[in-house]
Design a protein around this ligand. Structure first.
Ligand SMILES: *[C@@H]1O[C@H](CO)[C@@H](O)[C@H](O)[C@H]1NC(C)=O
Ligand SMILES: *[C@@H]1O[C@H](CO)[C@@H](O)[C@H](O)[C@H]1NC(C)=O
Ligand SMILES: *[C@@H]1O[C@H](CO)[C@@H](O)[C@H](O)[C@H]1NC(C)=O
Ligand SMILES: *[C@@H]1O[C@H](CO)[C@@H](O)[C@H](O)[C@H]1NC(C)=O
Ligand SMILES: *[C@@H]1O[C@H](CO)[C@@H](O)[C@H](O)[C@H]1NC(C)=O
Ligand SMILES: *[C@@H]1O[C@H](CO)[C@@H](O)[C@H](O)[C@H]1NC(C)=O
Length: 202
């Protein structure tokens, strides 16, 4: 049998509305300190690249490069504040309601706990993770929008969208593209490499 086109499954999970939509701030003598990478573009980009490439390294995939075309595409979609997929040409992950970019990416990466590396199949529960570490993907661009009181209410709080190219979650290619966790590299070396990647982007 011939399948001329790759079959790509989109992960359409329900909004993660159970997750905190606000950051709990502990008061110190200096007063409350609100620290979020959402409010600064470069901090957001760094958080996304660090989070993404940390998971990718742990699953033996090369680091993704930031791509502005993808980021602009993501932004057009996140700005509508609808929690659904754009169904465009890229791989696409959605998250809503997490306190910062790192936490949004980790929500996807931590789906690996439910993924069966031996069967290597798509599942709605793990589709964000498999896209995140998909070996053949080389670039990413993401956006975040404050969707509080915006859109149709399905993406409460901060809404994060990442677009991936070439896209992952191609049926029949999971075993080749989603690798099990490798021995953790030296953390100091990881941070050095991540810092270098971030430097190169500036
Ligand atoms: C980078 O991402 C990893 C994975 O989420 C996280 O554990 C780590 O704290 C992040 N590092 C920085 C500097 O944000
Ligand atoms: C990691 O990927 C490389 C290149 O694709 C491959 O040669 C190597 O065997 C992989 N290592 C592990 C532990 O899977
Ligand atoms: C960014 O991604 C788009 C879409 O895949 C591609 O056409 C473009 O060449 C990429 N830009 C860079 C600088 O790699
Ligand atoms: C996403 O949701 C919005 C609002 O419900 C709807 O107008 C739009 O058609 C949906 N888009 C897709 C691609 O399903
Ligand atoms: C991001 O949010 C997580 C979860 O609330 C928190 O543990 C972490 O410290 C935050 N990171 C930054 C950089 O604000
Ligand atoms: C997010 O939007 C809400 C509603 O407009 C606003 O009250 C809040 O201050 C915004 N948050 C940030 C960090 O800008």
């Amino acid at each position: 049998m011939i399948f001329p086109l790759p079959v790509v499954i989109f992960t359409t999970l329900l909004p993660i509305s159970l997750c905190a939509t606000t950051t709990t701030v502990s008061t110190s003598q200096q007063g409350p300190v609100v620290s979020s990478d959402y409010t600064d573009s470069m901090a957001f980009r760094n958080a996304v690249l660090n989070g993404t490439n940390t998971y990718r390294r742990q699953h033996n995939a090369t680091a993704l490069k930031w791509n502005e075309t993808l980021a602009e595409y993501a932004e057009k979609w996140s700005d509508r504040c609808f929690f659904n997929h754009s169904e465009g040409p890229y791989g696409e992950n959605l998250a809503s309601g997490y306190p910062n970019g790192t936490a949004s990416i980790a929500a996807w990466g931590d789906e690996r706990q439910s993924y069966s590396f031996s069967s290597g199949e798509f599942s709605k529960k793990t589709g964000h993770f498999t896209q995140l570490v998909w070996k053949a993907t080389t670039s990413v661009g993401c956006s975040r929008t404050n969707c509080t009181a915006k859109g149709d209410g399905t993406a409460p709080g901060w809404y994060v969208i990442c677009e991936y190219w070439p896209r992952g979650n191609v049926i029949g290619q999971f075993a080749d593209n989603v690798q099990s966790r490798v021995k953790d590299p030296d953390p100091a070396e990881s941070y050095r490499l991540i810092a270098l990647e971030i430097q190169l982007l500036k």
